[in-house]
Design a protein around this ligand. Sequence first.
Ligand code: NAI
Length: 637
Amino acid sequence: MKHWEITVDADGIVWMGLNTAQASMNKLTAEVLAEFSEQLDKMDQQPPTGLIIQSAKSSGFIAGADIEEFKQLDSPEQANALIARGWNLFNRLASVPYPTLALIRGVCLGGGLELSLACRYRIAVDEPSTRLGLPEVLLGIVPGWGGMLRLPRVIGPQAALDMMLTAKSLDARRAKRAGLVDLAVAPRVMRESAVGLIRSGRPPRRISGIAAVMNHPVIRPIIAMMARKQVQKKARREHYPAPYAIIDIWQKADGDALKIPALMQGIVGSPTTQNLVRVFFLQERLKSLGKESSFNARRVHIIGAGVMGGDIAAWCALRGLTATLQDQSAERIAPAIGRAGALFKKRIRDPLARRAASDRLIPDPQGHGIRHADVVIEAIFENLAAKHALLKSIEPQLKPNAILATNTSSLRIEELRTVLADPSRLIGIHFFNPVPMMPLVEIIAASGTRPEAIADALAFVRRIDKLPLPVKSAPGFLVNAVLAPYMLAAMRAVDAGQSAATIDAAMRKFGMPMGPIELADTVGLDIALAAGQQLSDQTTPPQCLMKRVEEGHLGKKTGRGFYEWSNGKIASHAAASAIPEELAEQLIMPLVSRTQSLVAEGVVADSDLADAGVIFGTGFAPFRGGPLKWLSERKMP
Ligand code: NAI
């Protein structure tokens, strides 16, 4: 076989190790499934003592179906055939007379988990990379290969819907606690555990008690209604049909998507699904940009322990790097260390690992870390003279191949680097606020910048698990440059008499995560004014903005801006009035046009990268596929 390595042990147990050819991760391509089906045929003739399915790759168990195949679907028949392929095969696996077991080490997602659920037993190997989940909803599709049928039976419908609707994945221990796997074991005993369990004759796990009652057809409508309410809070049906379909298919067809063809046709091939699949591949493209250099950053030194520098250092420590953090005094570093503690607490459950992350973050008021650092990032005040003095003093201390970067939002690389002996080494590594939440990082090159510095920076950004976007030096780079005219248009609409609440409601309805006026309040109106003046058309700033800044009402941070704020939330505002038909389009158009012109000017290399940057940098409605994709097909609701 091309994709499966098959051995039979002395006890007559067949071990099938998946090694998807020409792929770094295992995926369930049509060929992989066809070969699996052939092997089931053989075992029908000669049933084994048991069947154990595992990965023959070190990169994990199975990442899921082959998403490339979704791109090629262009008729309802093809979509049906794709669903039927896995649904029928896994039903067949679930009904074989001999015991079956999935030995899961590393990622086990989507179709990979559906295959495991069709086995009688599951073992998860307890190591950090092991994750089990059904993230189909993120691509706008549903777990149609038996996930919607079997997951509710194994862990109960509420937990199952939660996993399927939020795309949340579980590590080995949580999977054990939830009842998703029979055992969570250490790597060294995994084979023995698998053999022991498959020979045990134990009945397969099934929910019982209250969870079983919840899965009863009579109770399902109530559970479904509660789940729909949760989904409504996060996603509109017209934008994101898949989560609603998951609930419907579980409730009305016991997880069999083929029984509700109309629903499936509305999903597969819908613009939302096509665009979410597009976003998935855009994300893969950004990730692959980091592969050109073998640069392996271990130590990073950050100067400026403010909002940005402090959080960048904490993020690097969280991702396993040693981060030295410098500021003018130890007192100025302390708040950043406090925030880092909260981040580690939230993100790292194991107390030892949490401690290790804290140990990797080292306050360094003297700047001793510069000499040892692979990456040095300057994140001090936005002041040219201060940055010049600092850069000049850092340069002689740097390791020869270390990255020297600035996090500046508005100063030009060309000006910042004039004080350096080797100006070609300074690049921009521009993070977004809040650092832990924002996936994108812009990597800025000016003319004459060393290409290796850019390639190394792309690798560094991947190393800390962010998405790098290369951009040319230009005011506002990509993300801030496209946000400025959009926010300006929103404020001009306020000046023209539109209410902030209506504007924000219009843009949320369009699919933005937050309205532009709320965004301005969140960023700070003083900052919005400064950025707008720098990046916009140099006309008079909007009245509504100037007035508030003059009065000291700067938004969230002062408790009042366009909205009243309390405890970090909007306290009260007038209800949104009816949203004028053209409002959203009128407000988003300046963002879209600016994106177009930045591509034309070569600030971003092509329209796909621009779409990716705007989606991951601003949260631009992913189901629309990006501003330029949206422009090319403007008839969506
Ligand atoms: P901040 O004002 O919160 O922090 C700046 C820190 O730098 C202060 O703690 C200050 O004591 C320290 N500092 C100043 N001069 C220093 C020196 N010579 N040596 C050591 N430490 C020094 O500033 P924030 O907001 O973190 O911004 C930092 C940089 O990041 C700026 O260049 C800004 O343009 C950029 N940026 C800011 C974003 C934001 O949303 N705040 C977003 C992206 C970039």
